[in-house]
Design a protein around this ligand. Structure first.
Ligand code: SF4
Length: 284
């Protein structure tokens, strides 16, 4: 059975469509997909191919998202689909972000039923980049709110302002990855600019609980001076957020050695000059 959903946020130009969901604004020819490989032009209309296709689902501790200062010690029903609008060489979840995994058809109302069955007070849109399964996330989040279930997005923050503002009224908490300090590095990861992510952070901070994760990757996020400049910009965007500094380990197509522990501690000391709540991850 083929299930697809008409996509939100696109315009058509003759037989091409322009997707307006993320800043890539892919122009997509008929029978082709955008950079995320999951939004397809069929006859001049854009469809979400990954709609209702769940690659992973489970119940996690909230701290695993990571969220340390929201619904502490609770459990959260977490699920992901497939696809990503970035292409990080060190991707921690490449089997579902870069490849097309085995999936199960699970509709939004069935996700809600699972949350009620497992008695989890919240649902996380996570594992792969949830922006690229926006329609599934949006529909689930709306029904979840009707049932008094909270919604959490774990994202790279690379989303346009209109779809972000449209979903935020249904979202209670977010964890946003801030991957690097320079536009040059963001382009290496398949993004465009640091400012896109800082804009998302500033908007999200106005609407919901927010924590930011930075994976400290050698040659991507390891320059102390540039890191401090990023913290200054981050403080302007969201002055009181919780920060997670996560230690990198070699993954996928990136073979640099794991981030030095002493360097992680130095990053934490620097971050603590700007933010009160700073946590190290993956250091044990
Ligand atoms: S969501 Fe996908 S298709 Fe749409 S602009 Fe972004 S990368 Fe392109």
């Amino acid at each position: 059975m083929i299930i697809m959903k008409k996509a939100m946020y696109y315009t058509s130009e003759k037989k091409n469509v322009i997707c307006l969901l993320c800043p890539h604004k892919c122009e997509i020819a008929d029978n082709h997909t955008g950079r995320c490989k999951v939004r397809k032009n069929i006859g001049g209309e854009l469809f979400a191919e990954n709609y209702s296709k769940v690659s992973s689902i489970g119940v996690d501790p909230i701290e695993k998202k990571p969220l340390f200062h929201w619904r502490e010690n609770s459990k959260i029903l977490s699920f992901g689909s497939y696809g990503c609008n970035f292409s990080c060489a060190f991707c921690q979840n490449y089997a579902i972000s870069m490849e097309k995994p085995k999936t199960h058809i699970i509709k939004p109302e069935e996700i809600i039923e699972l949350a009620l069955q497992y008695n989890t007070p919240s649902i996380a849109y996570t594992y792969n980049e949830p922006t690229v399964f926006y329609e599934m996330m949006f529909e689930t989040a709306v029904v979840a709110k009707e049932k008094n279930i909270d919604n959490v997005i774990v994202t790279n923050g690379f989303i346009n302002k209109e779809p972000l503002l449209n979903i935020l009224p249904y979202i209670d908490a977010m964890n946003i990855d801030l991957k690097t300090y320079s536009d040059e590095n963001y382009k290496k990861l398949g993004g465009i600019s640091v400012q896109h992510i800082l804009d998302t952070i500033a908007i999200a901070n106005e609407h919901c609980h927010l924590e930011v994760t930075m994976l400290m990757v050698p040659k991507i996020m390891d320059d102390c001076e540039e890191f401090e400049n990023l913290l200054i910009r981050l403080k302007q965007a969201a002055p009181k957020i919780v920060i997670h500094l996560s230690r990198y380990f070699p993954r996928y197509n990136y073979n640099e050695p794991a981030t030095d522990i002493l360097l992680m501690q130095k990053f934490k000391e620097t971050a603590n000059r700007y933010f009160e709540k700073v946590y190290l991850g993956n250091v044990r």
